[in-house]
Design a binder for this molecule. Structure first.
Ligand SMILES: [Zn+2]
Length: 52
């Protein structure tokens, strides 16, 4: 599975869509240039939510 997890900042929901609420969703992939993985928490929550 190589589907990207995306996040909508407007409705605070995870999605696989590239846009939500007429806004571009945020990729939860860790940024290579950043040592901080600020979306790691969201990714873990998402994985938890889809495995339940
Ligand atoms: Zn949304």
């Amino acid at each position: 599975m190589s589907k990207e997890i995306l996040y909508c900042n407007k409705c605070k929901k995870f999605t696989m869509k590239e846009s939500c609420c007429d806004e571009k969703t945020i990729s939860l992939k860790p940024a290579k240039y950043s040592p901080e993985d600020k979306y790691g928490k969201y990714r873990r929550e998402f994985k938890k939510s889809i495995s339940e």
